[in-house]
Write a protein that binds this ligand. Structure first.
Ligand SMILES: NC(=O)c1ccc[n+]([C@@H]2O[C@H](COP(=O)([O-])OP(=O)(O)OC[C@H]3O[C@@H](n4cnc5c(N)ncnc54)[C@H](OP(=O)(O)O)[C@@H]3O)[C@@H](O)[C@H]2O)c1
Length: 317
């Protein structure tokens, strides 16, 4: 079987899984209280937010491929049907914003989504132009969250200008929440991010946090909680490196103490075990992964001792 045949078979499997999930979902949603997705409050407003969202980098790089569009629609439907809603995108993720805009329009689901996007152009005019283009591509006149992308690389004067633009947009009601992201060399960027959180009243920070990148545990998470800043975790699987690290290994039995029965749940529940974390946004291009990740947002979460055991376990592989 060649690569494209495998892709097609995977696509068909995913479509089948999507139909199956749709058929089973109403039953699952009514089954037990424990099946409900965990919600955490956005500190600035008290709004409830489901702890599982999704990222769109690479995932929506699908052009007009009808089969892939159908699978991505099934992924989004699984997210919404579970009561989740956050979808993170950016102009720098190739066609992701435009694809997301067209998929949400086709699904008539814009009002079910909490859309988070970003800008990175220099200068206030550049930022405004880029944000306007995002709204056009997303086929909307408002987004729920607008973020200054990779703030750790932005000179302080420019960061101040960009935060001023964000505040203006928030005041005009074009975005409900504002914040900043960072993901590269996270440990080096943390002191700057901490300073920003302490000085500025940001609603959200999006950071690189996974079992493979734990530098934010030293101080940043505590400062986010002190300053009332919601925390969104990007790269929660370290771009799948964590799955490679455990390839061929079984999830330990003791992970059932906090209801983790897959590696995806193990890695996400580790992050959600920290109360300061509001949500995780794994990249997902298939329904089976979305359903698995949604299950990480249900049931028990690991406590500090269990999280230590998880780190030791992964460290000793
Ligand atoms: N500076 C920034 O602001 C910044 C930088 C980077 C990323 N981000 C955001 O973070 C998001 C996530 O990053 P990412 O997608 O690159 O990395 P990631 O979420 O760490 O990993 C995604 C990988 O994990 C796989 N996966 C997802 N769920 C799985 C499961 N349950 N079991 C097994 N494998 C699973 C995905 O496979 P499939 O695709 O096959 O499902 C994909 O290969 C991005 O989409 C973007 O929105 C932000």
């Amino acid at each position: 079987m060649n690569f494209s045949q495998r892709q097609t078979r995977r696509g068909l499997f995913e479509l089948g899984a999507a139909v199956g999930a749709g058929a089973l979902w109403p039953f699952a949603a009514q089954s037990t209280v424990a099946s409900k997705l965990i919600m955490r409050k956005i500190p600035r407003t008290g709004e409830d937010m489901p702890v599982i969202g999704m990222g769109t980098q690479f995932v929506l790089d699908i052009g007009d491929d009808a089969e892939k569009r159908a699978v991505r629609i099934a992924v989004l439907r699984a997210l919404f049907d579970a009561g989740a809603r956050t979808i993170d995108t950016a102009p720098s993720y190739g066609p992701a914003e435009a694809t997301l805009g067209s998929l949400l329009e086709e699904m008539k689901a814009r009002d079910r989504a909490f859309v988070s996007t970003k800008f990175s152009r220099t200068g206030q005019e550049g930022a405004i132009a880029e944000m306007r283009e995002s709204l056009r591509r997303l086929r909307t006149d408002k987004v729920e969250l607008m973020l200054r992308h990779n703030i750790g690389f932005v000179p302080p004067n420019e960061a101040a200008d960009h935060l001023a633009v964000l505040r203006e947009w928030k005041q005009q009601g074009i975005c409900r929440y504002i914040g900043v992201t960072h993901s590269q060399n996270q440990a080096q960027a943390n002191p700057r991010l901490i300073e920003l959180l302490q000085k500025e009243k940001l609603d959200f920070i999006q950071i690189n946090y996974s079992m493979a990148q734990r530098s934010v545990e030293e101080k940043l998470l505590a400062v986010a909680a002190e300053t009332g800043t919601a925390v969104m975790c990007n790269l929660p699987f370290a771009r799948a490196a964590l799955f490679k690290a455990v390839s061929g290994k079984q999830v330990p039995d003791w992970a059932r103490e906090f209801d983790a029965v897959s590696w995806g749940q193990f890695f996400l529940k580790y992050l959600l075990g920290r109360e300061e974390v509001n949500l995780v946004i794994p990249g997902v291009d298939r329904v089976s992964h979305m359903i698995d990740n949604l299950d990480a947002g249900r049931g028990r979460l690991p406590n500090a001792a269990q999280r230590k055991r998880m780190v030791d376990f992964i460290g000793n592989l």
